[in-house]
Write a protein of this length. Structure first.
Length: 276
């Protein structure tokens, strides 16, 4: 912007664009909350947080079932945990879980996107599928007990039920999940340690699940792109096809502006060139 007036104008445009995109993404009807009209960005954030907290299982911690200060969000999984378990998530590192407080941090609408579609209940149906109830921590469990369990659940993925025989089956299910906009199936193959950056078996040009998700994104599956971007192995978001096309190239080519923002926020390299 050349001056302060220009700057304010651009900020207004950006905020309005973000609001419209999020309203489309969060509610198929295009309305955040009937009667609210055109809410401010802060009001939109608070409305989404209230919606997230009402989702199945989100009234208590995803890991120990405590209802005491269960206001901490793992942004890359879209789940809610309590203050005690959130500290252990932080200890595991951001490559495993990225924690923010819904009450203390300024959690933006971009960080809330995945949480709008994932729930604690759905998450645990996958991540705790084989868990005996006696092994799950309680609100009175020690920090050591919580640590052992949370590490087993998120790092070792010890309580996941295997549904695929080999990597090809996993990649086939991964492709199916993206094509069908099925977040639960996407979580399932992730939990079974599929390589999210691998070329899909039906692609002749080396497209990954992220390439496919970008192409399929029509305003109602941005959360799938978000899950892939946030949980992709190092370098995965810049994985290119045989033509040198990255997910960022596809986003630009097909005018997927919201997906482009997610990619750039995650560190996608805008300097990479394709073969064209």
């Amino acid at each position: 912007a050349e001056d302060e007036t220009d700057q304010r104008a651009w900020m207004s445009v950006l905020v309005n664009c973000k609001e419209r995109a999020l309203l489309r993404a969060f509610d198929a009807s295009g309305k955040a909350d009937a009667g609210q009209g055109n809410p401010s960005l802060v009001e939109l954030q608070q409305a989404v947080i209230r919606c997230v907290m009402r989702l199945p299982g989100n009234e208590q911690c995803c890991d120990c079932s405590s209802q005491n200060d269960a206001t901490w969000l793992s942004t890359n999984f879209g789940i809610i945990v309590c203050i005690e378990c959130s500290g252990i998530h932080r200890d595991l590192g951001v490559h495993i879980s990225r924690i923010q407080s819904l009450t203390l941090d300024n959690v933006g609408t971009a960080q809330l996107l995945l949480a709008r579609y994932m729930t604690n209940q759905a998450f645990n149906e996958v991540m705790e599928a084989t868990l005996h109830h006696n092994l799950k921590p309680t609100p009175t469990s020690t920090m050591e007990e919580r640590y052992d369990f949370i590490r087993a659940k998120y790092v070792d993925k010890r309580y996941v039920m295997n549904t695929c025989a080999d990597e090809r089956d996993l990649l086939s299910d991964l492709e199916h999940a993206v094509n069908n906009r099925d977040l639960q199936q996407l979580l399932q193959v992730f939990a079974e340690n599929v390589d999210l950056a691998a070329a899909l078996p039906t692609s002749d040009i080396g497209e990954t699940a992220l390439h496919l998700a970008i192409l399929r994104e029509m305003g109602n599956s941005l959360h799938l792109v978000d899950f892939l971007v946030q949980n992709m192995p190092t370098g995965g978001i810049d994985k290119a096809t045989v033509d040198g096309e990255t997910a960022l190239h596809l986003s630009a080519r097909h005018d997927r502006s919201e997906a482009m923002k997610l990619l750039l926020r995650a560190g996608a390299d805008p300097t990479l060139r394709n073969k064209q």
